[in-house]
Design a protein around this ligand. Structure first.
Ligand SMILES: Nc1ncnc2c1ncn2[C@@H]1O[C@H](COP(=O)(O)OP(=O)(O)OP(=O)(O)O)[C@@H](O)[C@H]1O
Ligand SMILES: [Mg+2]
Length: 469
């Protein structure tokens, strides 16, 4: 698949793509599409002025759950761009205990490397699968040592017809098993394989002390490297699982890791997108900064640390130096307490595109429930379809769900479209439990009466809705 920037999608084409997933928020979509295109324009601008053009980073301003993160995430996916979401409030000024701001670039680089390696591995999948098949066959039917041919057979007296037919027999058995394998007849049979230790196994994330992070050294990698020195573990697995592991291992052997790193670095620098969430939390509020200066000092420090990265600087990562000049930064926050103008002036200047996202209305909820490619109603339909139960929503029901969402948002707390998730899960609670034990086929229509029956009690009871919806 070609990345958007390679395809040179125009701003309007980008918006059209975003429209498939996000309802409303026209001006935010517009802004991100322009920002993405601007980066391409900068990269392709006349060399003399290219470095002078200031990157157009964006500030998305709006209440919770209205699509800020979703827009950025979709944009990254469309652009096939390495994407990293970070929370500004998690960072601390260099010298304080915590994560330093540069780690966002290191993390983004890791994302890019995984992305590129995955793509490369996908390309060699076929070959890797062949190799994995050979390895499984080697385990099932260990090949006979062809001692004859090379060494002794110069002396024709030593010819051993028994041996020859052995290897021939072996070859034939092997082919028979290959057929069985391909027909899926041996999927559950257990074999013992040797796999690299701890690769891909969930390991706790290790945060190193800050100094080490700065040097681009990561404890986790050091720990990982301990296992890398060819150390393998034996595992007994059904062939279906063994095949997956072996294919992955073979694919990894087939790709050029050095080339992957180079491409990833390139991609981070030209296409990377960093989403800095809660950026309002590090903006000093003019009203609050009077008394306790402590945290504010450090927050300003974080802003100062952020500045060079957003402006364009070179960050050391363990894979090499990453220049941040063309990385797109999207800041996001509610800015209820602080305002963008509370940020230090230099940083304000680096986020020149400001766009407000609107609160979502009942009508928006109707659309969000039904229109996007990944709409919640479609998700539930697909889930139950997998059990042979057909679900249909009638229009009134969707309207009613939207109305309830808006009502609970107004009375309890406005969490935007996130409310739809909690409401839908309450609405479907009973059905999801009944299928397939009590209901395993047929068609169920979700109508207004059903919605009211499932939800009315919870909505009316304020205490309950605080907890459930
Ligand atoms: N305009 C929208 N169209 C479609 N879905 C939306 C929209 N807004 C929000 N959603 C859905 O609501 C959920 C939360 O949205 P999102 O993560 O973008 O919130 P946010 O604006 O980043 O809020 P926060 O400030 O709390 O991070 C997502 O699952 C998303 O799919
Ligand atoms: Mg968010």
């Amino acid at each position: 698949m070609l990345a958007i920037e390679e395809k040179n999608l125009t701003p309007q084409q980008i918006v059209a793509e975003l429209d498939k997933y996000i309802v409303g928020q026209k001006s935010a979509k517009r802004s991100v599409s322009i920002a993405l295109r601007n980066r391409w324009r900068r990269l392709n601008a006349n060399e003399e002025i290219r470095e002078e053009i200031i990157p157009n980073n964006i500030l998305l301003i709006g209440p919770t759950g209205v699509g800020k993160t979703e827009i950025a995430r979709r944009l990254a996916r469309l652009a096939h761009a390495p994407f990293m979401k970070v929370e500004a409030s998690k960072f601390t000024e260099v010298g304080y205990v915590g994560r330093d701001v540069e780690s966002m670039i290191r993390d983004l680089t890791d994302v890019a490397i995984n992305m590129v390696k995955q793509e490369m591995q996908d390309r060699v999948k076929g070959k890797a699968a062949e190799k994995a098949e050979e390895r499984i066959l080697d385990i099932l039917i260990p090949p006979v040592k062809k001692t004859g041919a090379g060494f002794k057979s110069s002396n024709s007296d030593d010819f051993d017809p028994q041996k020859a037919s052995d290897s021939e027999l072996n070859e034939r058995t092997r082919e028979r098993f290959r057929e069985k394998l391909r027909n899926g007849e041996l999927e559950d049979r257990e074999i013992e394989i040797e796999v690299k230790a701890s690769k891909g196994s969930p390991m706790m994330q290790v945060f190193g002390p800050q100094g080490m992070e700065e040097m681009g050294i990561n404890l986790q990698d050091m720990l990982g490297n301990l296992g890398k020195g060819g150390k393998k573990t034996k595992r007994k697995l059904p062939i279906s699982e063994a095949r997956e592991l072996l294919t992955e291992e073979e694919a990894e052997k087939l790709i050029d890791h050095e080339a992957a790193v180079q491409e990833a670095l390139e991609r981070v620098q030209k296409q990377g997108i960093v989403f800095v969430d809660e950026i309002d939390k590090i903006a000093e509020s003019s009203s609050g900064s009077g008394g306790k200066g402590g945290p504010d000092v450090s927050r300003q420090g974080v802003q100062r640390d952020l500045l060079p990265i957003v402006e364009g600087s070179a960050v050391n990562t363990k894979h090499g130096i990453v220049k941040t000049d063309h990385i797109l930064f999207i800041g996001s926050g509610a800015f209820h307490v602080s305002k963008p103008s509370d940020m230090i002036p230099e940083l304000q200047g680096r986020f020149p595109i400001r766009v407000e996202l609107n609160s979502l209305t009942e009508d928006d909820f109707v659309d969000i429930l039904s229109k996007p490619k990944n709409a919640l109603t479609k998700q539930y339909i697909a889930m139950l379809e997998s059990e042979g139960v057909e679900i249909e929503f009638d229009e009134e029901a969707i309207r009613e769900i939207a109305r309830i969402a808006a009502e609970v948002n107004a009375s309890v707390e406005n969490i935007g479209a996130r409310r739809l998730h909690t409401i839908m899960s309450s609405l479907f609670d009973e059905l999801l439990f009944a299928v397939p034990d009590d209901i395993n086929s047929g068609k169920i229509t979700i109508d207004k009466a059903y919605v009211d029956k499932q939800l009315a009690g919870i909505v009316k009871d304020k205490d309950l809705s605080h907890y459930i919806l």
